[in-house]
Design a protein around this ligand. Structure first.
Ligand code: SF4
Ligand code: FES
Length: 258
């Protein structure tokens, strides 16, 4: 296959970017999208130019680092597929492919296709854990977990933190990501002690990071490579509302309100 690539090149956060056109020749349909970029980069290096910077790690749909916008779609045209698992047979010989970084104010471009996604880490730092002292490891059957709750928690835990939901959303909202992180702990008995504070703190961190609000476009669900459903956001909204209505005022230093 021979392809024409329009690739976003940007030296760093402070400089302006632009599209640069490259020819990708002799591409095997069995290559992954990242392998195709590797081949293009080898040629760019041989020509003494700087290779295209893009993020990647596992290359098997687990780590969530390989996000890029391909022909206007986060992770490209195939549903439930990360960029690293997208194969060139998805495209046709002679195609033109436009490749851009995630576009969101909360994800500043570091270089070319690499963006800073630490805003998602800050959301997780504000509640993506259970901090109660659980003592030594309990017997496996000591805490009964309803099957449906376990399955839904596992579904939510499938989120790989790629940020495609943010990139696909017209508001650059991180609600689907945040909802997945709140849900996978909030659905389990072990996560109940901090369920309310977790919802409040993670939503506050999401707002502080500069993500937009959710207006129910549903683009996040369509772009998510792990199939996190929109109902996850409805669950977060219920938890957040309940927590907001039942929030108790903080204790004062003199031991008041409590
Ligand atoms: S919810 Fe889906 S699209 Fe969003 S970060 Fe998680 S895996 Fe990626
Ligand atoms: S490189 Fe890890 S999910 Fe794509």
């Amino acid at each position: 296959m021979n392809l024409t690539l329009h690739v976003w090149r940007q030296r760093n956060q402070r400089t302006e970017g632009r599209f640069v056109t490259y020819q990708a020749t002799d591409v095997s349909p069995e290559m992954s999208f990242l392998e195709m970029l590797d081949v293009v980069n080898e040629r760019i290096l041989q020509e003494g130019q700087e290779p295209i910077a893009f993020d990647h790690d596992c290359r098997e749909g687990i780590c969530g680092t390989c996000g890029m916008v391909i022909n206007g779609a986060a992770h490209g045209p195939r549903r439930l597929t990360t960029t690293c698992q997208l194969h060139m047979r998805t495209f046709a010989d002679g195609d033109t492919i436009t490749i851009e970084p995630w576009r969101a104010a909360a994800f500043p471009v570091i270089k070319d296709l690499v963006v800073d996604r630490t805003a998602l880490d800050r959301i997780v730092q504000n509640g993506g854990y259970i901090s109660i002292n659980t003592g030594s490891a309990p017997d496996g059957n000591a805490v009964a977990v309803p099957k449906e709750a376990a399955e839904r928690a596992m579904d939510a835990a499938a989120c790989i933190g790629c940020g495609a939901c943010v990139a696909a959303c017209p508001n650059a909202s991180a609600m689907l990501f945040t909802a997945a992180k709140v849900s996978h702990l909030g659905l389990l008995p072990q996560g109940q002690a901090e369920r309310s504070s977790r919802a409040l703190r993670m939503v506050a961190a999401m707002d502080a990071a500069g993500f937009g609000g959710c207006t129910n476009h549903g683009e996040c669900e369509a772009a998510c490579p792990k199939g996190i459903p929109l109902e996850t956001i409805a669950r977060l909204n219920r938890d957040f509302l309940r927590a907001s209505l039942t929030r108790r005022p903080k204790s004062t230093a003199s031991g008041g309100a409590g």
